[in-house]
Design a protein around this ligand. Structure first.
Ligand code: MG
Length: 309
């Protein structure tokens, strides 16, 4: 989107990879079930808009996440294009085998920095969940896959409050030690502020984690998503998660506000002259279409401003 000028800031990367998490992280938090055809069309529209990484679905048992019970059908129906990655969440070896059967090349495991969230979300503690992931990551790497290790509750946890940085660094380095190729730092309840983001990235760097292994995943619960992204990018992070139209939420966060909206982030990155390859106008069209399918407007300010909604 042009017309309002572009100026860069010192210390910024020239290009950023957007990891679009709307189809998985967004739709898994929808109250209603979204038809398979809508999910397939969503993924294809996101790729048409220029996305090269679209987290597509999850192989979690349908009893836990009924919203994504159609994972296999979605994967079969998507026209997977060369140069585009379609990561899939896999909770265990069985999920990984199902993903491998469908030719998936990118998977993700979903860990937690805190005991409370590990128990709430995975029904086991941090140590046990890492033990569960170990063979999954090993098998995936052996099969030549990229493996993202999500780390939830990196800055705050609804039961434990502020999460100590050494704690996060410890679980993060253990996840990478299992063989994860990327670490996604999740602010699952959206409580982080920019100084806290910079402090954690600095601690991870000091622990020997390379910047190109780090991705950030912010939620906009307290309106800090963009500020936190800006801080992470200024520290040299170049992979950022966002969800089209701000889809999704977290059942453990008080507010219904969910993932940082890709359009809001793109407005900022376009204005800073940072290359993403994603076309804002096409993305807005997609979110407006999806809002119609879901029966409610997008919470993204940029979607609203550009669509006149
Ligand atoms: Mg999220």
């Amino acid at each position: 989107m042009d017309g309002y000028g572009i100026d860069s800031l010192p210390g910024f990367p020239r290009a950023v990879t957007l990891c679009e998490v709307g189809p998985r992280d967004g739709l898994q938090n929808e109250a209603g079930l979204v038809p398979v055809q809508v999910k397939v069309e969503l993924v294809e529209r996101l790729v048409d808009a220029g996305h090269t990484v679209v987290e597509t679905t999850s192989m979690v048992h349908p009893a836990w996440v009924p919203q994504l019970a159609d994972a296999e059908e979605v994967l079969r129906r998507i026209d997977r294009r060369p140069g585009v990655r379609y990561p899939v969440l896999v909770p265990n070896l069985r999920g990984l085998e199902r993903a491998l059967d469908l030719g998936v090349t990118d998977v993700a495991v979903f860990g937690s920095a805190t005991e409370s969230f590990a128990r709430a979300n995975l029904n086991r503690g941090v140590d046990e969940s890492l033990e569960m992931f170990a063979p999954v990551v090993a098998r995936a790497r052996e099969a030549g896959l990229r493996v993202r290790g999500y780390l939830s509750m990196c800055w705050g946890d609804p039961w434990e409050g502020a999460v100590p940085i050494p704690r996060v660094v410890s679980v993060a380095t253990r996840l990478l030690g299992l063989g994860c190729t990327e670490l996604a730092l999740g602010d699952t309840i959206g409580v982080a502020t920019p100084g806290r983001v910079v402090a954690l990235i600095g601690a991870l760097r000091a622990a020997g984690v390379a910047l190109d292994r780090i991705a950030v995943h912010f939620h906009d619960t307290y309106g800090q998503g963009l500020a936190n992204c800006l801080a992470a990018l200024q520290r040299g992070v170049t992979t950022v998660d966002a969800a089209a139209g701000g889809l999704g939420g977290c059942p453990y966060a008080r507010s219904a506000t969910g993932n940082l909206a890709t359009e809001d982030l793109l407005w900022q990155l376009d204005g800073l002259g940072v290359h993403t390859g994603v076309d804002l106008a096409k993305l807005v069209e997609t979110s407006v279409w999806l809002a119609g399918e879901l029966g409610r407007p997008s919470p993204s300010r940029t979607v609203r401003a550009l669509s006149g909604a």
